[in-house]
Structures are given as structure tokens and as C-alpha cells.
Design a protein around this ligand. Sequence first.
Ligand code: HEM
Length: 450
Amino acid sequence: MGTMPVVFINGYDVVHEVLHVRGAEFAQRPQTFIADRLADHKGLLNTSGHVWTEQKQNIVKTLRKLTAAGGLLERYMETALNNLADNFNCLIQKGEGGQVDVAPVLKRSVCSISFAMAYGRQLDLNSDLLLSYTEMIEQFLGCLNMAVMTTFIPYIHLLPKDPVGYRKCKKLSLTIERDFVTPELERLAKVQSNKMYAKDQTPQASNNNSSSNGSPSTLCFAGAYIEEMNDKRRKDISTILSDEHLPKTISEIMLGSFDTITPTLEWFLIYMTHHQDVQKRCRQEIHKFLANDSLDASGISQLAYTRATIMEVQRHANIVPMPPCHTSDKDTHINGYFIPKNTAIMTNMDSLMMGPEVGDDPTEFRPERFLTEDGRPFYPKWFLPYSTGKRMCPGVSIAKKELLGLAVGLLSKFHFSAPVVEGKEVLPSLVGVMGLTKAPLPFKLCVQSV
Ligand code: HEM
């Protein structure tokens, strides 16, 4: 990458050794042109050392608290799903269910949930703010796909006419922060200071730890971050959490969830269209275990086949085939090969998802590979869509719940099949396009109520 050597690692044994066993040694991110310029050494995804360590611990703690917080995520999902169903039903009533471009509504649903988890308030799927936030995120990601070329040939960014869109990308990133992130953070900071003021005014309140549970500002990522930061400042504890890092970290949470959950759901619907038998079996399981199709925890936990299907979609479509690179700041060896310090280590996830450990015919779509013989969920060691070790995705538990909840909500309400064009069924393509993640080509589905 540019002048930086790159080593691809392949196969479960070496991936496990580098990312997990020697995770601390390889926990750093290489300094690439685009990451340095866009992240500006802030946030979490592209930082290393103590800046990354405290923020990672904080994000893991906060996301764990949010997923555990009394059905919060489930409430946001129900609202998004109801909104989504209204949108699909509207198209069906207008006679337009035969060929629906499902992606825009799916994207806004995911964005509305991420927004709610990040800022503590949920937007309607058709609200102007959500429409423009989603559009800006998409534009930014689209632009970034080309701008990453500067990682390989940095001087391109100096050429006139911005040939790979680097300057556009930088501008979009700043616009997102200015127009969407900052106003929400200011709103939350106000809530926070009002709360502090109220606490100072009420002698009883000062004795009870109202910051830990139940208050509106803690029930979102940004609120919890602000609270933790203020708490540490008040107690004079040295901290890296700051108003400078917060907007970048929030943007990364919004992008990190949007650009992974959306394509996974799109792929899920595409595979369900190709494999009607699997779709039918998932729906039967959902109707059997979920009373009124509600996303209650005890019912959801019994959906072994539907879970296995989502895992098989993640494996077969392999949405993050090349996760962000890792590096070490010391000369070392991997598998007997000398690796100079600051070499970018790239993981080839295809070598796991389609590798020999998968078993018989990895190219076949077969959810049963994630079930034991008696039908219980089975998590093979090579299945690492969220990576592993120190840099593992902190959003894993939210992602798992969200994917299952949205997949269940979609299948319980709608049937998906190939649109018929000029008397012929047109199945959506299984070929993906690579950006930061692997997304499907534009596609349409026939959507019917069940
Ligand atoms: C289907 C959903 C998702 C998949 C497949 C996924 C996958 C990944 C992968 C492969 C990495 C790179 C790990 C590495 O460098 O070894 C990552 C990092 C990350 N993900 Fe996710 N992710 C998903 C959802 C989410 C969600 C919902 C969030 C936020 C709530 C999130 C936030 C992040 C962040 C902040 C990082 C950077 C972690 C670090 O550098 O230490 N992701 N994710």
C-alpha cells in the first residue's frame, strides 16, 4: 500500500494466531494516507495505542449496557419495522409490489435504528432528517470506495479535478459532522447539563447514582460517552475521552453499523428469493415460536434455523471479505516468515468462509451447516464475520440482535420472490460489488403480504 509492504494471511490457523493469540501484538492499524487524513488520528477505527485502548473499552462497555437496557434495541427495531411495513404495504396497495426496490427502505430502517442507538431519539423513516442523513452516508461511502486509491498512490490527491474524489470525500465527512453529528451532540450536552443542574439542586438526588440507569441521556451511545467523560473530569481521572474524539467515534458507529447491517439484510432477502424452501422453513419457525410475531427475547432465542440461515448468508455472501488491516510496531515472524515492523497485515476472510474447514461443498447455500444434528445452533471456530481478538467488532451483540430482529420482522410480514418481467422470473444477481464491504448489485423483488 503506497510504500508500505502488505502481507495477506490465509486460513484459519494463521488468522487465529495473528488476530487472536497474538492479538495484542497486532492490535495496531497501519498509518495510511486516507485514514490519517479522514480520521485525523481521532475516533476508534483508525487509531492505535492508548487513544484506541480507552475508547475501545468505553465503546464495548457502553454497547453492552445499551443492548442489555430493557428491550431498548427491540423497541427501536419494532418502530422501524412498523414504519418499513407501512412503506411496503403502501406500494403493494398501489399495485407496485411486483417490482420493489427494497434497498432504500431497508437502508433508512437500519439508519433509524443506528441513529436512535447513537443519539437516543428515533426518527420516522420518511422524515427529512433521516432521508438526508442516509443519503449523505451513502454518498460518503460511495466516494470513499474510490478515494481509498490514495492509500496506494497518495499523490493522486494533488491532481487537478479530484480524479478519485478524495477532496469530495473529505468535504462530505466534514459536512456529516457539522450538519448531523454536532447538532445531536449539542442537544445531548444540553440534556446532560440540565440533569447536572437538577442534581445539584436536589439534595436527595446527589446521593443516588442517577447517572447509571434510566435517564434519557445514558440510553444512547453519545449520552453515555458524554456522561463517562464528564464523570472522569469531575473526579480528576486522566482520560482520552474528549469532545474532539466523540464526533468521529459516533460517525464510525453510524457508518460501521450502516455499511454492514444493510448489505447483510439485502443479501438475506436475495438468498431468500433464490431459496424459497429456506424462506418457507424460516417463516414456519417464526410463526411457531413468536406469539403475534413480536420480538420477545424468549421466542427469538428458539429460532435456531433462522439464525443458522443468517449465518449462512454471512458466510456465503462474506460481506467483509477484507477487514481493515492490522499491524505491529516490532519486527516479527508469522508462520516462519519474517515480517518487518509496520507491515500491513490483511486478512483474507474468503479463506475461512469458503475454506476447507467449512466441510462439504462450501459453494452450496446450506443453513444446516450451522446446526447440530439435533437442531441446536452450532458456531464453528472458523466463522469469524466480526473478526476476533483485540480489534474484534465491538458492535457484535447489537449486530446479531438487529439482523435477527429485522430478518424475523421482514419474513413474518412479507413473502419475497423474483419479479416477473415479460413472463420470465428475474432472480437478483448473487455477484457483489466491493466497497468497504461487499454489497449486492441494484435489485428488485416481488413483495407480497403474508
Ligand atoms: C453485520 C454487522 C457487522 C459486521 C459483519 C461487522 C464486522 C466488523 C469487522 C470485520 C471489523 C474489523 C475487525 C478487525 O479489524 O479485526 C469491525 C470493526 C468495527 N465495527 Fe463492526 N461489524 C458489524 C456491525 C457493527 C455495528 C452494529 C457497530 C456499532 C454499533 C460496529 C462498529 C465497529 C467499530 C467501531 C469497529 C472498529 C473496532 C476497532 O478498530 O477496534 N460494527 N466490524
